[in-house]
Design a protein around this ligand. Sequence first.
Ligand code: ATP
Ligand code: MG
Length: 132
Amino acid sequence: MAPVLLVTQDLRTEDDLVHMRAAVKMHASDLGFSSLNQTKIMTAASELGRNTIEHGLGGLVIIEHLREPERNGIRLTFKDEGPGIHDHALALSDGYTSKKGLGLGLSGSKRLMDEFDLISPPGTVITVVKWM
Ligand SMILES: Nc1ncnc2c1ncn2[C@@H]1O[C@H](COP(=O)(O)OP(=O)(O)OP(=O)(O)O)[C@@H](O)[C@H]1O
Ligand SMILES: [Mg+2]
């Protein structure tokens, strides 16, 4: 079945990040994710959303409900038109940061979710999925 669009939202400011987190939590809870999985999804969403703002110079997030005969999932897509990620392996390695972060956002998000997909450059599109 086709994915159901739940929400799309700009990501530019700290306030946008707060709203995005609340929307992700509400939808993950509505879909029936356990509280542990809600926390994992929220943590990944926070990291990826912050990257969109800090590294990608702002962009947007799309939250979708994935429906399959045997399982349901949530898909989060983060898009920006910033400088992009040129070395995927490097960016995904634990501890790599081009700024002053801990360099754990991308690698941590990948571990917390079931699927992780990175398309870049131009711009950056990161899609993550968690299945129930
Ligand atoms: N949307 C993006 N656009 C451009 N570069 C990005 C984007 N997201 C991540 N990167 C690059 O990948 C690197 C690793 O990202 P990651 O989130 O793991 O670490 P960080 O943001 O530097 O630190 P933190 O641990 O605080 O998240 C970043 O330092 C940046 O160079
Ligand atoms: Mg980060």
